[in-house]
Unconditional design. Structure first.
Length: 266
């Protein structure tokens, strides 16, 4: 990640919560601790944030707290070929007439293209997914209520009694911040709370993650591997990660990245 991109990610993070630790910034930027500390020092000198022990904080506290985690605009340009192949395999699991849940994310967003010729009932908390399906398909689309989070392009509700409790899905498709032996990991407590509600409304949880997510870690566990029915990933998955998934009794689907010419033909 280039310096300008790292600075943008760091500044977005400190505007989203009172204090962001160095380790959190390392995970968000996928950079070394030394690089992050240099970035913090530079932004502190530019008076764009305030350096504090162990991390940084905003000069002006945000009026509205955002979510922790990498922004949509940064994630959407990474591992695109892998995400397209993963999404195509996910849509092949669906049958017309089914009800499904698609959680917001840049990997799950790629499902909109093969879904263009399908007819399903789709609940999603993602504005880009909902908008694309409404414009480019004949699927029925349902959005839950809640607060709009611009950086991640999703809508989340902290309340128990919302529309998600009345929706049943055959499958829920979602991504994750990371995947490890303890399960799926996310970066924000509100995201965990909202996603757990959605997971409970589906028969089967299908996780869409490119192979890089098996090397990432976060401090919050969304659910254990035993709750997952299927993981779809790309063919760069190493043998150790594959063995971990299969030992947990999770079905593993490995796909090859889609060539640019083939994806453009869609």
């Amino acid at each position: 990640m280039h310096e300008r991109e790292r600075h943008r990610v760091i500044l977005a993070a400190v505007q989203g919560k009172p204090l962001v630790t160095v380790q959190e910034m390392v995970e968000l930027t996928e950079s070394s601790e030394a690089t992050v500390r240099r970035d913090i020092a530079a932004l502190h000198m530019q008076k764009k944030l305030r350096r504090v022990r162990g991390g940084a904080e905003a000069i002006t506290p945000p009026a509205f707290a955002g979510l922790a985690g990498r922004p949509w605009s940064l994630n959407e340009t990474s591992h695109v070929a892998e995400k397209r192949a993963i999404a195509r395999a996910a849509v092949e699991m669906c049958e017309d007439g089914e009800s499904i849940i698609i959680n917001g994310g840049t990997t799950t967003f790629q499902m909109v293209y093969p879904l263009a010729t399908r007819r399903l009932q789709v609940m999603t908390n993602s504005f880009p997914i909902a908008e694309h399906l409404l414009r480019q398909s004949r699927n029925a689309v349902l959005l839950p209520g809640g607060t709009i989070y611009r950086e991640q392009m999703i809508v989340l509700s902290p309340f128990e009694n919302d529309v998600t409790r009345n929706f049943y899905a055959r499958h829920m498709f979602m991504g994750a911040q990371g995947v490890g032996a303890l399960g799926l990991m996310e970066a924000d407590p509100l995201l965990i709370q909202a996603e757990q509600k959605l997971v409970n409304q589906a028969d089967e949880l299908v996780v869409l993650v490119d192979s890089s997510k098996f090397a990432r870690r976060s401090s919050l566990i969304l659910c254990g591997l035993e709750r997952i029915a299927t993981i779809i990933t790309d063919d760069r998955l190493d043998d150790r990660a594959a063995a971990m998934v299969e030992a947990a009794g999770v079905r593993l689907i490995v796909v090859a990245p889609v060539a640019p010419a083939a994806s453009a033909a869609e």
